[in-house]
Write a protein that binds this ligand. Sequence first.
Ligand code: ZN
Length: 490
Amino acid sequence: MGSTLRIAIVSANILLALFIFQNGFLLKRQEISAKSSCADAHAQPGETCWMSQQYNRTILILVDALRYDFLIPLDNPKNSESPEWFYQGQMKEVGKLIKSGKASIGTLLADPPTTTLQRLKALTTGTLPTFIDAGDNFSPDAAVNEDSFIYQAAQLGKNVTLFGDDTWLSLFPNKFSKSAAYDSFDINDLNSVDDKIAPKIEEEVKYSESSSIIIAHFLGVDHCGHKFGPSHPVMADTLRKMDRIISKTIESMKPTDLLIVIGDHGMTSTGDHGGESDNEIRAGILVHSKKHEIQLPKTPMHQIDIVPTISLLMGLPIPFSNLGTVIVEMFQRDLWEMAVGMNYEQVKRFAETYATQKNFGELHSHTARDSNTMEEQIKTMSRIQTLLRVAWTQFDDAYINVGLFSLIEAVLFLMTNEEMSVGWIIYRTGCALLQAALLTDKTDSDGSARTMILMALAVSCLSSTISLAHRALRISLNSIVSARVIGKNA
Ligand SMILES: [Zn+2]
């Protein structure tokens, strides 16, 4: 009876300790399921929904793990002995387009974790990651519940076509009007998915007029990185193949089409990704349009900036929870103020909703004041984004410490093998109640629960250590005594 009670109470302590520990690690972003609608913005005159559609079609080519420097054309080719030779300056056709001003390139900063599933969510919803996502990377039920430009397009009856990685289908079930999707998990398979979708996208761009958004997700560069790393002849081949696919797509494009080529993340010098090193978060972007010459900014953009940009260019409402800022350089000059204004109103709407629904009062100070000029509006959006990025990615050291300390204490107590006296039962139940209080009152603003737990834990650790030391001493004394007795008897 005594030992059952002991195990039950200590198990509760350990379980609560694990919960507290985990609470310190979780990002606190909570999803808001609200969706934007056409009525949310004062539409452009003559329009029924936000801004008028600027292109008939957007072709979004996603080259998995396309690092920013893979696209940069080189004036002097790298020495073929150098490790960079295999991935820099290999995309020759793209290089010609960039040099002639027909295409423009830039850097997109991806938020960690730099894993494809999290990046696809960010690239379509404009949101920042939640920590729990990292664990869901391969979960079968990954459907996106938040607003996205895919949802908005489907909602307004615009067709979206998908070629490539089948992760998209699990993220957006029933949202694609046409798809040819393939399994993405076999990293040893460098070519088969890309070879299947390359002719499909060419045909779609050339002959079909039915889709407003065409998405093609190529996997070869990423898989080659995982298998061989970037400095390998196969990488040079794979990049040259992507180069041909991009230039062929451009040849097939109509004057009213827009092409956006992006990497979802980069890769390290060994071809891995997931972390937050420069080479992992810096992905490349290339844009091309026959209608306007686009010059992307030289300074890095955020990956989520793609979301409001595609949305407005395609005549869609910007997704409700988006935190990205429109890339104005992709709009005609006379539309800049309007695009930023609509984006600003949307970010403000989201921030106000989040502040109210999720008890995040700090946001109100940013949304209370009205920003009137384009510059002010961009600054306000960037402040809101920074505030949330910091808040959502912070680790709570207090929780981590209390969690760890509680675990150590429980293990020490178990080692003492102490009988469960009434005193101990009261003490441990008290500990469990304090732990539960810390978990339910997440704010613990004055830190009193934490201080009390830490003090109680310290006393218990001390008592367990004394008891353990006492026992160790007794054992060694006993062995000395028994050794003497044996000696005497002999
Ligand atoms: Zn990968």
